[in-house]
Design a protein around this ligand. Structure first.
Ligand code: FES
Length: 514
């Protein structure tokens, strides 16, 4: 825990990934047969593998990197049905019955986590907490009044909570949902692995899916050229790697957000807090692996690849907020996350496209993947086994009826992509390769061509083509994460071009120094 007080650490490190002894798995070395192939070993992939293997289904779970090193390792790890202030909108867009189903799906996911942690004796620091949404702005009070009415109509376990708020500044309106939870996500989901293996499930790391082939008995082809034949495929790779089917690239919006874990002079408040002001703030307490009290501060979100300033500033603003209200004494961890949001804010979970009933997708958890991701696994486990599930219609990715607001968001999203494709090529500022400092990245001109370059701490330069391998937009340098981020659909690449985040399945082209 040693970074000096008042300084954001130079390199990202997630509290949840600061853990020893995670199991490791070999890469797939040849062709394989399974009943179900699951792509992506995060919240949904591991939970679905656990549920299916427990019921005698032969599962192959493949992961492009290491298990739990995607979004699940970089969350604030709240398990809650309170996803901001959204139930009033849900009732308007989907009707009361479906809004209630959304709440119930998330409550069932929370109950599953609680029961499973107990049943498998997983020590994952799970505590029961109230979840509070609040605003400090008078103009938002009427929104909270409507949301309170939505809570009452749906029968949500909670309500008005202004008098319960324990924050060191004044708040204009607040709502609570009771009996929610927080935990250590990597400990919990890694705790499912022994059971998956005991039940015959196989996990392969460093195994990237390249294609889904066929429909009745779909198979997965990996980038190494191996094939997994199965009867069902579940794509839970965050952004569906096969996104051209079902045009997912045009129906998902990627957002980045930032998190600090800090020690503070004032004790962190009990409960989980979410400000719905702009920019929003998320707060919860946690323990470090040494048992120190930590406060987790999140927020400062923006559209992926479109932060026009140094991304260290996003962390810096969180630090200033923590310093002002709680007195920061050290900042042992900082990390960022990328989240996907659907056009109507409800995740896509179910058959990926019409005509391929055995290829399933789960994506678009809108920053609430701990509950939505587990809800997805519970639903998909039923769909694979052809069992009825009352949440299937609500989450069906093939829903086509776009409400007016969703249609506008669809056109804006895709017009923005078109603009990026043109603007990225025309107006790119750059600098000279020889002017790069150590640990600095930028667009540079080499032999009259613009390329991406990062000079590492040892003065070695890594050069890549900045044309995104997904659909050809130009990637931008992200200083705090030392990555190349695509503004179109959120693909991210390391400084050396390797893939950090899809939908891209091919690395950026490496260029040599000559
Ligand atoms: Fe689609 Fe880059 S992520 S073009």
């Amino acid at each position: 825990m040693a970074d000096s007080p008042h300084h954001v650490p130079r390199y990202p490190k997630s509290l949840w990934r600061d853990i020893q002894g995670l199991p490791e798995f070999p890469a797939l070395a040849g062709d394989f047969e399974a009943d179900v192939t699951i792509v992506g070993a995060g919240t949904t992939g591991l939970t679905a593998a656990y549920l299916l293997s427990k019921q005698g289904v032969k599962v192959a779970l493949i992961e492009a990197g290491r298990i739990l090193d995607g979004t699940t390792g970089y969350t604030t790890a709240k398990i809650s049905s309170q996803h901001g202030v959204m139930y009033d909108d849900l009732i308007t867009n989907f009707g009361l019955e479906k809004a209630r189903l959304y709440y119930e799906a998330n409550e069932e996911a929370l109950a599953f986590i609680r029961n499973t942690a107990e049943e498998l004796n997983i020590d994952c620091d799970l505590t029961t907490e109230n979840a509070y949404a609040y605003t400090t702005e008078n103009k938002s009070v009427s929104k909270f009044e409507k949301e309170l009415k939505a809570y009452q109509d749906i029968g949500i376990n909670g309500g008005e909570a202004l008098n319960e708020i324990e924050l060191p500044y004044s708040v204009e309106a607040a709502l609570v949902i009771r009996n929610q939870a927080q935990f250590h996500p990597v400990k919990f989901f890694a705790g499912l692995v022994p059971s998956i293996e005991e039940n015959g499930g196989r996990i392969f790391e460093q195994t990237r899916a390249a294609k889904v082939k066929g429909s009745k008995n779909p198979s997965i082809e990996t980038t190494e050229g191996h094939t997994i034949n199965s009867r069902h495929v579940i794509v839970s790779s965050h952004f569906p790697f096969n996104d051209e089917e079902g045009l997912y690239f045009s129906r998902l919006h990627a957002e980045r957000s930032y998190t600090l874990a800090v020690t503070t002079e004032k004790k962190p408040p009990k409960g989980m807090y979410l400000s719905v002001d702009s920019p929003g703030k998320s707060l919860r307490y946690a323990k470090s692996s040494e048992g120190d009290d930590l406060m987790i501060l999140g927020g400062e979100g923006h559209t992926a690849g479109k932060n026009k300033e140094n991304t260290f500033n996003n962390y810096e603003r969180l630090r200033e907020y923590g310093e002002k209200h709680f007195g920061i004494t050290s900042i042992p961890y900082r990390w960022s996350a990328q989240d996907l949001i659907t056009l109507d804010k409800v995740p896509y979970i179910g058959p990926a496209v019409t005509g391929k009933p055995n290829v399933f997708v789960a994506t678009g958890y809108a920053k609430w993947g701990m509950s939505n991701g587990v809800a997805a696994a519970l639903l998909l486990s039923d769909l694979v086994q052809e069992k009825n599930n009352r949440f299937a219609d609500l989450f069906d990715p093939r829903r086509t009826k776009l409400k007016k607001a969703d249609a506008l968001s669809f056109f804006k999203e895709n017009m923005d992509v078109g603009k990026e494709m043109i603007a990225g090529k025309l107006h790119r500022k750059d600098q000279k390769l020889e002017d790069l400092e150590n640990d600095e990245g930028a667009l540079v001109t080499q032999k009259g061509k613009k390329i991406g370059a990062y000079k590492d701490e040892n003065g070695h330069t890594h050069m890549v083509s900045t044309t995104c391998t997904h659909m050809g937009c130009d990637v931008e340098w992200n200083n705090a994460e030392r990555s190349w981020d695509c503004p179109c659909h959120g693909s991210r690449f390391s400084y050396d071009g390797s893939i950090l985040e899809g939908p891209a399945v091919t690395p950026l082209k490496k260029l040599d120094n000559n």
